[in-house]
Design a protein. Structure first.
Length: 164
């Protein structure tokens, strides 16, 4: 029986993870799951700080893990627009694909800070509802926790840079 591939992303805020996730889901005819969409739907207007995000994101994860594993077991690829920006976030993804015995691909979008900040500013204009949280200050706060993936972690990783 074919098992689907789990595709997930690492990259600083504004690096282009959501844009790339949509492209890959379309290319692969995969199921796309967006953390932002799930959080907005389940917890509308409740995320105003990093602490709120962590709280609600953690509440979402157990059921999301089951859903993703169920989809993978049908042979369907899953593209997760959820961050894999810290060691603990990447370990959560590891549990998903390991327990499901599924192949995976961690896509690391490696963009310079100035590109990320430009894209965040553009997103604030295009999505005014995100203007309160998508700020240079939030970028700086979140970037403090960012840890790029290393070969020692053992993920199948595709690194994308500007122009790829």
């Amino acid at each position: 029986m074919k098992i689907g591939t789990l595709i997930f992303f690492c990259g600083k805020m504004g690096a282009g993870k959501s844009t790339k996730s949509k492209e890959i889901a379309l290319e692969r005819n995969a199921v796309l799951l967006s953390e932002d969409e799930w959080l907005d739907s389940l917890y509308p207007n409740r995320i105003a700080s990093l602490e709120d995000y962590i709280k609600y994101s953690n509440q979402l994860k157990p059921q999301m893990k089951k859903l993703v594993q169920s989809i993978l077991s049908t042979g369907t690829d899953v593209v997760m627009d959820f961050p894999a920006n810290t060691l603990s976030q990447r370990e959560w993804f590891r549990k998903i694909f390991t327990d499901a015995e599924a192949p995976h691909n961690l896509i690391y979008i490696d963009m310079p800070d100035e590109v990320c900040l430009e894209q965040i500013e553009k997103r604030r204009v295009e999505q005014p509802e995100r203007a309160a949280t998508d700020t240079a200050e939030m970028f700086e706060m979140i970037t403090r926790y960012f840890a790029p993936p290393t070969p020692e972690e053992g993920f199948v990783t595709t690194r994308l840079t500007r122009g790829t």
